[in-house]
Design a protein around this ligand. Sequence first.
Ligand code: SF4
Length: 339
Amino acid sequence: KCLGLSTLTLLRLLRRALTALWSALASTWLWRAPSGAVAKESAATPPAVPLSVNYHFTRQCNYKCGFCFHTAKSSFVLPLEEAKRGLRLLQQAGMEKINFSGGEPFLQERGEFVGKLVQFCKQELKLPSVSIVSNGSMIKERWFKRYGQYLDILAVSCDSFCEEVNVLIGRGQGKKNHVENLQKLKKWCQVYGVAFKINSVINRFNMEEDMNEQIKALNPVRWKVFQCLLIEGENTGADALREAERFVISDEDFERFLHHHKDVSCLVPESNQKMRDSYLILDEYMRFLNCTGGRKEPSRSILDVGVEEAIKFSGFDEKMFFRRGGRYVWSKADMALEW
Ligand code: SF4
């Protein structure tokens, strides 16, 4: 058993070293390449490793954000044991970070489903990083008590600190106060040892907002700022559940928002160009979603054909993943958190 464990540890260390080396080489090649040379290099590119995976296990959500780009087109959720089998396949293929997303992850079994997956990934698969993206409206303290120890990062979506703007976006909290809710979640993260992150989508209705003070006061480990993105079949086009055109902003508007918040040190910007193909996205059937054509085309499920076969159809831009800083300090064990 001891020998098995040390071999596993050695393999993990070797994989990390190779990944770091590949990361350095990939970014060097990319920056040095004259325009048009990238395609030639792809011949020498090794097969993508699913280092960091976003598993959107549900499409159901209690909100109706007008720009949502992963909409409730189905109510399917895999049985827990099948989801675990898929996660094990991903870990065997090199996954180090899993992010659970939706839809709203805390909707399924009032957070028990995602809690069990989080626990499985940390305890059984021993993944260095386990995170969740949530709109934050359904998380209870008892969830942190039971599962907080297994979670590295909780990212909460917050597009505005103004209730009227949240209503316009589709994230109105009714009688609840969004800022108070964020503060409560931040506090629970501190108490239960989870890194707290904020995600914001910049769109027509919040692009002029000054969020400097509120973000600094909440002091997240990362503030991910996305430019509102159109995806055919999700938030634009005849078969879509949303019409997000009225939310879209120009690159210049996005740059202006970033400039106004340049003093927020934890800000991580993500333009449309950086965002589109640099995420490995798994849908509720554990199919990789390929966004290169401007819509989400599914591969076959990793549960049917395995990770290596399915990932070929993911459209994943591994170089852009490293270039946008997709590999960062993502394990809470390596973070200097103040709790
Ligand atoms: S909270 Fe997220 S998943 Fe839910 S509707 Fe809004 S953008 Fe979509």
